[in-house]
Design a protein around this ligand. Structure first.
Ligand code: SF4
Length: 571
């Protein structure tokens, strides 16, 4: 029987008082902590008799080490880093400065280079980075600045006092598969905080709790997502220049699915490559990991990788919805930053600079709140005013309808994009509406049995072990590790639906959309269709795709015991 993780009731949890708790140590959380520290330092220098302490500012990171769960392409637009840490370029881990970029359209066997690189994809002046190394470096800066970073601690639950967020409960440690305390049991902390800043990344679990409790998604476009599946390759020298950037559209996707690839040349003949598939496709048999394996078999890509070696693997979802999908950014005792709020420019395929800037603006709001001892709705809502007055709004408002324009496929999307370009992002309407991606999955009986034009990317890839890989082989290269004896952190609210309705209606798409082989349908005698859901939670790379794409919305991703997860070293 599947046992799912849930809070252990009736125990005393240690309490800690905090001024600010930042949940999540990615780019936005780290930038928030660093900016807050800078503002406090400046204030304390100017007002030696009215010091503000940093002692009660904490950052929680669920990974064992800072940066381990961070995954991105990654290309960094330096704008926000120049504001946060002038002079950062001389000391930050940078792989390469972009020197050359190309965009290709792929058919199954041919590639066509666009004669002009569309302006949003011109990357001169940007930097190829490993987001893992970059965040690790930022984390060192945060600790040197005197902010306490707790690694291996996940935020499991928000603490409320009526309509106010009053802190976070961290994960209980030492809980066995049956949700019982082990001999090494340690209850989570109740961090009672004046301000809680959610910087959890895409589809944050606490952010989801907050959005649900206060209906923060009302009167907004639903958030839509993509999942990026990435491999790091070491290739023979001369295949790609350091600082070379290639984007592709088209194959293996058909004109009905949204997505594309990136290929970045880093130093030492390392290639960062991956494929983002929009999580709003129609065929539940489509497998985003399989899409990447198909992509690598294109002659253009196979030549690049020939004789090379895949060295790392990972996957992560990203928010595509843009300006009109963002929830309110601040309220009674809370703010939301980075990917958790949807700060991503899907037209430019970039979000790190926006995540950093959003963290900085939240820090400025938090600093003022601390000065005034005012943590109310009115005060923390000023974070949104700051965003509106910043270049974030200029950048995101111009592409406010971009992804939604592709709702009916590539051809419509390109036409809408052209129209939006000449109308300052408006296009045909001020707000293009959209549907949540999982609602676009069709029942199997509405789709061609043989898959039609999509047949090549349906079901799991087998892999040849050289150029292409099955999920388990790839997964091995993600460094994923969890405590085995713990309840499942993938909570399925009604497994009967998996074993009955979903088998027939969608063919259990969790087996396909999960890039880590967590979900399997295994033979069983006492269920109607002879197969039942089985989970391998230890495989989970924390991409959140299942929480997003499950057609019945019965899967909830909750944090496993802190410290578990992938190890995206160098990714
Ligand atoms: Fe991603 Fe969910 Fe699979 Fe974990 S179980 S790897 S979050 S799809």
């Amino acid at each position: 029987m599947l046992i799912f993780r849930k809070p252990i009731e009736g125990i005393d949890r240690p309490q800690m008082e905090a001024d600010v708790v930042i949940v999540g140590g990615g780019p936005s959380g780290m930038a928030c902590a660093l900016r807050l520290s800078q503002l406090i330092d400046r204030h304390n220098q100017r007002h030696p008799d009215a010091q503000i302490s940093k002692e009660n500012i904490y950052l929680l990171e669920k990974a064992r080490e800072v940066g381990q769960h961070c995954l991105s392409g990654a290309l960094l637009d330096p704008r926000s880093m120049d504001e946060l840490l002038p002079g950062w370029r001389s000391e930050a881990p940078i792989e390469a400065e972009v020197t050359h970029e190309d965009v290709y359209f792929l058919t199954e066997k041919k590639e066509y280079r666009l004669p002009i690189t569309p302006p949003p994809l011109r990357d001169h002046g940007n930097f190829v980075i490993s987001i893992n190394r970059f965040v690790k470096w930022l984390g060192e800066k945060v600790e040197q600045a005197g902010i306490t970073v707790f690694t291996g601690f996940a935020g499991s639950e928000l603490l409320f006092n009526e309509n106010r967020v009053v802190g976070v409960r961290t994960d209980d440690k030492g809980v066995d598969k049956h949700n019982q305390q082990k001999s090494n049991f340690e209850p989570g902390y109740e961090l009672k905080s004046k301000i809680t800043i959610l910087a959890e990344g895409t589809r944050g679990s606490l952010t989801k709790q907050l959005v649900g409790r206060f209906n923060l998604d009302q009167h907004r476009n639903p958030q839509v997502y993509g999942v990026g599946v990435k491999e790091l390759w070491e290739v023979p020298s001369g295949r790609i220049r350091k600082g070379q950037v290639v984007y592709t559209m088209g194959w293996p996707l058909t004109t009905k699915e949204y997505g594309g690839s990136w290929i970045y040349g880093a130093k030492d003949n390392i290639v960062s490559m991956g494929f983002v598939t929009g999580l709003d496709y129609a065929d539940p048999r489509l497998d985003p990991h399989h899409v990447l394996q198909d992509f690598k078999q294109h002659p253009f890509i196979a030549h690049l990788l020939d004789g090379g070696k895949m060295i790392r693997y990972g996957a992560k979802s990203l928010p595509y919805g843009g300006w009109y999908s963002m929830p309110p950014l601040g309220g009674n005792g809370w703010m939301i930053v980075g990917d958790s709020a949807g700060f991503l420019n899907s037209q430019r395929l970039k979000g790190i600079h926006l995540a950093i800037k959003s963290g900085m603006l939240a820090a400025e709001t938090a600093f003022e709140a601390l000065l005034e001892n005012n943590f109310t709705d009115e005060k923390l809502k000023q974070f949104k005013d700051r965003v509106d007055a910043s270049w974030i709004r200029d950048e995101l408002y111009e592409v406010r309808n971009f992804h939604q324009g592709f709702e009916n496929g590539l051809v419509h999307g390109l036409l809408h994009t052209a129209l939006q370009q000449i109308t300052g992002g408006r296009g045909l309407h001020e707000v293009y509406t959209t549907h949540a991606g999982h609602r676009r999955l069709q029942h199997l009986n509405q789709l061609p049995e043989d898959g039609g034009k999509r047949a090549h990317m349906l079901g799991q890839a087998r892999g040849d072990g050289k150029l292409t890989f099955d999920k388990l082989t790839d997964l091995y290269h993600s460094g994923t590790r969890h405590e085995e004896d713990q309840p499942s952190h993938l909570v399925i609210h009604d497994t009967n639906i998996c074993n009955t309705r979903c088998v027939q209606e969608f063919g259990n798409p969790c087996q396909n959309f999960c890039p880590a082989n967590v979900y399997e349908m295994v033979e069983a005698a006492d269920v109607p269709h002879g197969r039942q859901i089985h989970l391998n939670p230890s495989n989970c790379v924390h991409c959140k795709t299942c929480d997003i794409m499950d057609p019945y919305e019965i899967i909830t991703w909750v944090p496993p015991e802190g410290g578990g997860g992938p190890n995206y070293d160098g990714m």
